[in-house]
Write a protein that binds this ligand. Structure first.
Ligand code: ADP
Ligand code: MG
Ligand code: MG
Ligand code: MG
Length: 399
């Protein structure tokens, strides 16, 4: 990292210019830093004809905390490698990386300026019918083709070794599976739900299940995950959606990516109890979200099964009964990790706009309590539930 320097807008322009043939006259470039994420710098470089590219640079610390939280800049390599791999497997729905520079921990990528971040759209109650089908295709393709069904041993193990991502995985291990279940100083708890949060700290039965989910996160390298599949990592417009921000990528349990996404739709569902006062409008949006969750799981499962029966070349793994069990186990994991995401977004360090934008704190507490209750139910009942409709039924009976 000898030559590493935090980019100024000048540096970002030079970097974009050097590694793309798009720009031509350097003197006509302009640049702004506009990252709103927690960890990195994000620059937009534009020429006088309105063409633009994005430069994302990893800082040697977490941006949201500062230099007191050092963090490897090697995460830029992970992000570039995961995005490039996923883009080969699902080019329609993955942001395109044009160049990666190891020394500067910087990535040059396409500018998704015609898209908006999914989370903001969902908070504004916007609806897109292509959301679930497109993300189902993204998940099925990226996860199937990086699994043992598609990659032979040495191939996968080489990739796995390069993408262990210990530092960023540790953040997830702490924030997802540890902090919310104890009185940790990093937690961020609305005073009105303090009692509900405290119950989590003493719930030994729940802790046993969360321990199992964490153990699987640590030791079940099923496929190359995105690792941060929340609605802030997805860009959408009226035709398409594209996934960005894969720095948490690693080989882990397939249900972790699917479950994170399902949970983010559920967080939006619960958030609208406080975001949308008009009952008819709220119910309409919530029923849209339920149908998207249903479609997401059904189309993901359908495509994954299709790939299993058409593409799997490994004789032992072609066994039908095994494949059925495998799908059921992804479903069980999906519910469990969705439950963890609901809980950690409610009482842990990183909250979501779907709740934070509820101005009335009692209303927010109402959504937050439901998230904790649903999260717990999903984790505890994940082995008993066998269809996505049962999840939806659970949701209707929340107090
Ligand atoms: P972080 O890892 O710090 O969370 P992200 O990759 O999520 O960074 O990017 C932060 C923000 O920068 C995004 O929310 C989005 O507004 C903007 N951004 C990132 N990548 C792109 C892109 N390819 N095109 C347009 N905007 C982008
Ligand atoms: Mg991000
Ligand atoms: Mg962001
Ligand atoms: Mg990120």
């Amino acid at each position: 990292m000898a030559g590493y320097q935090t980019f100024t807008t000048e540096d970002a322009m030079r970097f974009a210019d050097e590694h793309s043939g798009l720009f031509g006259d350097h003197s006509k470039l302009s640049c702004e830093e506009f990252g709103d994420g927690n960890l990195n710098l994000v620059f937009r470089v534009e020429n006088d004809k309105g063409s633009s590219l994005i430069v994302k640079q990893a800082l040697p610390y977490a941006r949201c905390v500062g230099e007191s939280w050092p963090l490897t800049t090697d995460r830029a390599r992970i992000e570039a490698e995961v995005l490039i791999t996923h883009c080969k497997l699902c080019p329609d729905h993955t942001v395109e990386v044009l160049h990666y520079d190891a020394e500067q921990a910087a990535i040059l990528m396409e500018d998704l300026k015609d898209y908006r971040i999914l989370r903001s759209e969902l908070v504004a109650a916007k609806q897109f019918e292509h959301l679930a089908p497109q993300l189902a295709a993204y998940l099925a393709n990226t996860l199937y083709y990086t699994s043992d069904f598609a990659l032979t041993g040495p191939n996968k193990k080489q990739q796995l070794g390069r993408l262990l991502n210990p530092e960023l995985c540790l953040i997830t291990e702490d924030l997802f599976f540890t902090d919310p279940y104890c009185n940790h100083e990093r937690n961020n708890i609305n005073i009105e739900i303090r009692n509900d949060a405290q119950q989590l700290w003493h719930d030994e039965t729940l802790h046993a299940e969360v321990a199992q989910l964490k153990a699987d996160f640590l030791s079940k390298p099923q496929a190359l995950l995105h690792g941060d599949m929340h609605s802030g990592s997805i860009f959408i417009n009226d035709d398409n959606c594209k996934v960005i921000d894969a720095e948490f990528g690693f080989y882990g349990p397939i249900g972790f990516d699917v479950g994170s996404l399902v949970a983010n739709l559920l967080l939006n569902y619960l958030g609208h109890f406080g975001l949308t006062a008009d009952t008819a409008a709220r119910e309409q949006h919530q029923s849209y979200l339920l149908s998207q969750i249903e479609t997401l799981w059904q189309q993901f499962a359908e495509q994954f099964k299709q790939l299993l029966s058409n593409e799997c070349r490994e004789p032992t793994l072609q066994n039908n009964l095994y494949q059925q069990r495998f799908m059921q186990q992804i479903f069980t994991d999906t519910l469990g990790y969705a439950g963890c995401e609901l809980i950690r977004r409610t009482v842990g360090l990183a909250h979501v706009a779907d709740f934070e934008h509820i101005t009335d704190s009692t209303q927010r507490a109402h959504s937050e309590r439901k998230a904790l209750q649903l999260g717990r139910e999903l984790i505890m009942q994940r082995h008993e539930l066998s269809s996505i409709n049962q999840l939806i039924t659970l949701l209707r009976y929340l107090k």
